[in-house]
Design a protein. Structure first.
Length: 276
């Protein structure tokens, strides 16, 4: 099998709670344990948020530091990716943990609607986050909630604000944003190949669409994301028992399309990350 698939596990996010699924990891220790299981199941990237003790989202650098330390201790060369998403803090608080030098961090280069608000990513904030990532040697994962975000990432790549080989994630299925639509998905790939022919791409499907988007990615030679941040169910009637179980579904799909999960070292090489 060639063309390994990088599987990212989004372990908790900032919205899902134990009321949605009792297995959602909230505390730092729960997140480390859940990520270790997902790592052993085949995940090469952990997309990380942190929570306050009451389960609300946090941007605390201290909490991110504890999580990063635990993942590096227990998960070998797993790629640690921090979220700079807007639910976890305001303005520059969202990048306050980049000085911890995670391997990667999410970066959304434009704004869009969320279920109950606007996900605001003003140009000056995007530029600041991008500069911080350059300063601390953190590779961005471009989270594209809209076609314009791919175009903006290409502009920022060309002018040096986001240097190097890009990694672009299509986020599909967020209420009031881009739906899960195969024609759109195909056009996203076409656009990346046209504007950024050296880029790698992946996609995340939200809620009931997670497995569908996993399969589209794997079948089309891309990488994919799974985990409790995006979906808490294993099927329509069953809660997922763990992040590892959701990773396991993606691993099974790799076999279906004559692919295999990328090891962490392979993923680091594909993405141009520093080796551990």
């Amino acid at each position: 099998m060639s063309n390994p698939c990088i599987i990212c596990v989004a372990i908790t996010g900032s919205v899902t709670t134990k009321e949605h699924n009792p297995s959602v990891p909230i505390s730092i220790n729960e997140q480390i344990e859940s990520t270790h299981e997902a790592f052993e199941a085949g995940a090469a990237i952990a997309h990380c948020h942190v929570r306050n003790d009451d389960g609300s989202p946090s941007s605390s650098p201290e909490k991110f530091a504890l999580l990063k330390e635990g993942l590096e201790k227990h998960c070998g060369d797993l790629i640690v990716q921090f979220s700079t998403g807007g639910r976890s803090g305001a303005e520059k608080e969202r990048g306050g943990m980049l000085s911890l030098r995670p391997d990667m961090a999410s970066l959304t280069v434009g704004s869009n609607n969320f279920p109950n608000r606007v996900y605001q990513n003003a140009p000056d904030l995007v530029d600041w986050l991008a500069k911080e990532m350059i300063t601390h040697d953190v590779k961005p994962e471009i989270e594209a909630f809209d076609l314009s975000h791919i175009h903006q990432a290409a502009i920022m790549n060309k002018d040096g604000r986001i240097p190097g080989k890009l990694y672009i994630q299509f986020v599909m299925g967020v209420q009031n944003a881009m739906p899960v639509d195969k024609d759109v998905f195909n056009y996203y790939i076409k656009t990346v190949n046209r504007l950024l022919p050296d880029a790698e791409w992946c996609a995340a499907g939200i809620g009931k669409h997670q497995l569908t988007v996993n399969e589209w990615c794997i079948a089309n030679g891309g990488h994919t994301r799974t985990g409790f941040e995006d979906n808490v169910k294993f099927d329509k009637d069953t809660l997922a028992p763990s992040n590892a179980a959701l990773v396991g579904r993606a691993v099974e799909l790799c076999s279906k399309y004559d692919r295999r999960p990328a090891t962490c070292s392979e993923a680091r090489e594909i993405l141009g990350l520093r080796l551990v």
